[in-house]
Design a protein around this ligand. Structure first.
Ligand code: ACM
Ligand code: ZN
Length: 757
């Protein structure tokens, strides 16, 4: 009897333990972009060769996508039964929304459209073991954690842009890019197809666009600001045939990604004018541009140009089914128009005030044409100048001002401000980063972006369609580097446009990114990994100067040195802020128990006389370039040589500055030094002079001696001077001169640490 009972008990334990045997999978959801609402439950669904799938005709595309993803990734063949059931649910009022309900015996996917079901499938894929992605699953069954997800996007327009004009990328790569967008529930690919440096779309009526406009003789090497500029001497180019474009559009359509073509006008059109010189004002031959920047040869406003553009657009409309056509509109210098008989004649006959109104005439005329074909235009925010075309949607890139102005005029807007959406900017202050155009846009800054400007009322904010990350490729020659600049910032952008702001949490996001990186490895996506980098801040507390270290990933050990040696596994462990008593170089890195994980962080702290003292500035820095505030100018730490958007540089747009530093007691002053950024391609100009006053004595002018470098040093020396308060007045450079990028706009001032000895 007893033996029987023991055997029965043994069997019972065996059965229970085999039921709950650890299957591969059962992953706790770490979905990116984070869903609106998810309820993680006990239990798991077991997926194997006996699993069935069932779907209505309306959700067939997405259901079959899931079926083939599972079947291609494993040895399973899905049957026809409702273990995994797609349900058309017209009650779900967001057509991109879905409900994904994983129960122990059943997976239900509800959506009112195939697009909603498609996004459910994207979420479900992230609940499956990674092996499905590279078709390496060996197991006979796997587990999916039970969860109920109710999800819908925050914004209608969720985009990524890619410039294929400066550098050209293969059809396969464009598809890989579209796949990445779809995986992250983004629904728009803004394809920037024409540029000064290359025309990339086949237009059958104008073969020279391909033969001439698609190729340049050589390309700038290094940075635009390098002196002297150097070129590689190699012919470069390519274009997409209409068949290739159709193929890409169909590929994107199957993934619910709308492709919006951008055909730039009236500016950024030098490649077209190189092919057909009669499109310009002077009829003179120009070359396809070989360096970056803004070019003065733009389309003339004579009728022949409009005939050409209408012909081009006819072929574009034939190819692209998108409601929107992007017509550019940015950075069009008016110099040629000013001296062109045709353009001046146009101004007269149309009763226009000036060349800005002529730009409005240009855009409005094209808009009318496209509207007559049932399409809408998007233009960069310059299309606001001289009046907005009646139905235009504005893409705000020079900050958010264009979006605010357009939304107040009841026009739709898409936010892509340089400060938060330009993925061609540096993403780390690490000096080993590949050369980039400039700027500084780390992951957390993208993540913090709110596409709805504060200046808008609730009603006006209805005009915000969404946001987009932009990848301009002047400094991005390879596909691997496009990925490096896109990832992980695109992950942050996907949450900006999809996720509810109330669900956003940066630390949680970062831990999901760490997990997501394994998927990117398998997908062979070349992401940047700065998760294990260390950052630091100088703080002053109770008359002590302390240095605090932080890393993006929490809960890992940081080790540091103060003697310029490289930190290793035996270096000091960081626990509380380090007391700084003299000028030092601090080096630190993140370690696990065996090795260093990220790169070494190095900070030189210069304990000069102003560190930790009082400082004030008459105006706040521009909110996109706050650095570490005024105190950051006297924190003993200089900004990066290249990244003017880091936390040490402060940026001001057109303001005259007055900076006051109070030492608290009379102090001997021997020298005052600082640096100004002079990245003129980004509208940043060092000031002409600095006026200095000590203890309210008369201001004396000191010229900034220009060396025409990217960084301009300023230094003034004193002898036998004592004082308690020093005031620097720094007048803005003023308006950017003609012939330079941003001509006519206010120049930016970027100032670095003010070092006082
Ligand atoms: C732009 O970055 N020129 C729109
Ligand atoms: Zn002209």
């Amino acid at each position: 009897m007893l033996v029987k009972k023991i055997v029965a008990l043994f069997l019972l334990v065996f059965v229970i333990s085999s039921c709950s045997q650890k299957l591969k999978g059962g992953i706790t959801p770490q979905i990116i972009p984070t869903p609106l609402n998810q309820d993680i439950k006990e239990g798991q669904f077991v997926l194997n060769n006996a699993t069935g799938i069932k779907y209505p005709e309306a959700l067939k595309v997405s259901a079959e996508l899931l079926k083939s993803f599972i079947e291609n990734g494993s040895d399973f063949q899905l049957k026809t039964s409702n273990d995994i059931e797609f349900i058309l649910d017209s009650e779900l009022n967001n057509k991109e929304g879905y409900v994904l309900d994983v129960q122990p015996k059943k997976i239900k996917i509800r959506a009112s459209t195939d697009q909603g079901a498609f996004y459910a499938v994207q979420s479900l894929k992230q609940l499956l073991p990674l092996e499905f992605e590279n078709k390496s699953l060996k197991e006979k069954q796997i587990a999916i954690k039970c969860v109920t997800i109710h999800d819908a996007p925050q914004f209608k327009y969720r985009g990524m842009h890619l410039d294929v004009g400066r550098h050209f990328f293969s059809v396969n790569f464009i598809k890989k890019y579209v796949d990445a967008l779809a995986m992250l529930k983004m629904n728009t690919f803004h394809w920037h197809l024409t540029e000064d440096q290359g025309w990339r779309i086949e237009i059958k009526k104008y073969p020279k666009l391909q033969e001439v406009g698609a190729f340049r003789n050589e390309t700038l090497v290094g940075h635009y600001n390098d002196e002297p500029q150097q070129f590689d001497g190699k012919r470069y180019g390519g274009f997409y045939s209409q068949d290739e474009i159709k193929d890409i559009i169909a590929y994107a359509q199957a993934r619910h990604v709308t492709v919006i073509p951008e055909i730039e006008m009236p500016g950024h059109s030098q490649a077209a004018i190189a092919a057909y010189p009669e499109l310009g004002c002077s009829n003179e031959k120009v070359e396809v541009a070989t360096k970056w920047g803004v070019f003065e040869d733009i389309y003339c406003t004579k009728d022949e140009t409009f005939n050409f553009l209408e012909d081009v657009l006819d072929e574009v409309l034939e190819l692209f089914p998108s409601n929107y056509i992007h017509i550019g509109g940015d950075e069009a210098p008016k110099i040629r128009w000013k001296t062109c008989n045709d353009c001046q004649h146009r101004i007269k006959t149309e009763g226009l005030k000036d060349e800005h109104e002529l730009q409005n005439y240009f855009i409005t005329r094209i808009e009318k044409y496209l509207n007559s074909k049932g399409r809408q235009i998007i233009g960069w925010d310059e299309i606001l100048e001289g009046g907005l075309a009646p139905n235009a949607t504005v893409m705000s890139w020079r900050g958010i001002h264009g979006a605010v102005e357009a939304a107040k005029q009841h026009h739709n807007v898409i936010l892509t401000p340089g400060s938060h959406c330009y993925f061609d900017h540096y993403q780390s202050t690490n000096s080993s980063e590949p050369l980039a155009i400039g700027g500084f846009l780390p992951l957390d800054k993208v993540y913090s972006f709110n596409p709805i400007p504060e200046e808008l009322t609730e009603e006006e904010s209805e005009y915000v369609l969404g946001a987009q990350g932009n990848i301009w490729t002047e400094y991005i020659p390879t596909e691997a580097q496009v990925e490096y600049m896109a990832f992980p910032r695109i992950l942050a952008m996907s949450e900006v446009v999809w996720s509810n702001p109330e669900n956003k949490n940066y630390d949680d996001f970062v831990s999901r990114v760490e997990n997501f990186n394994r998927r990117l490895d398998i997908l062979d996506i070349n992401y940047a990994n700065h998760l294990y980098e260390v950052e630091g801040n100088l703080i002053s507390e109770n008359d002590k100067i302390l240095y605090r270290l932080e890393s993006l990933i929490k809960g890992k050990t940081k080790r540091y040195t103060l003697d310029e040696s490289e930190p290793n596994i035996n270096s000091e462990t960081y626990s509380t802020p380090i007391v700084i008593t003299k000028s030092v170089t601090l080096k630190a890195a993140v370690f696990n128990t065996e090795e260093k994980l990220g790169s070494v962080f190095s900070e030189t702290i210069n304990l000069h006389k102003a560190v930790g003292k009082q400082i004030s500035i008459n105006v706040d820095p521009h909110k996109s370039y706050l650095g570490s505030g005024a105190q950051g100018l006297i924190n003993g730490i200089s900004g990066s040589d290249k990244r003017n958007g880091d936390k040490e540089w402060l940026g001001f747009w057109g303001d005259d500055l007055e900076i006051t530093i109070d030492f608290g007691e009379e102090t001997e002053i021997e020298s005052v030094e600082t640096r100004f950024h002079n990245g003129q391609g980004q509208w940043i100009y060092a000031p002409e002079k600095v006026q200095v006053s000590i203890d309210n004595n008369l201001f004396k002018d000191y010229l900034v001696e220009k060396s025409n470098e990217l960084l301009e040093n300023f230094q003034v020396n004193f002898e036998g001077v004592k004082g308690r308060v020093i005031t620097l007045k720094i007048p803005s450079y003023g308006i950017i001169p003609e012939g330079k990028q941003g001509a006519g706009q206010k120049a930016w001032t970027f100032i670095d640490e003010i070092i006082i000895n």
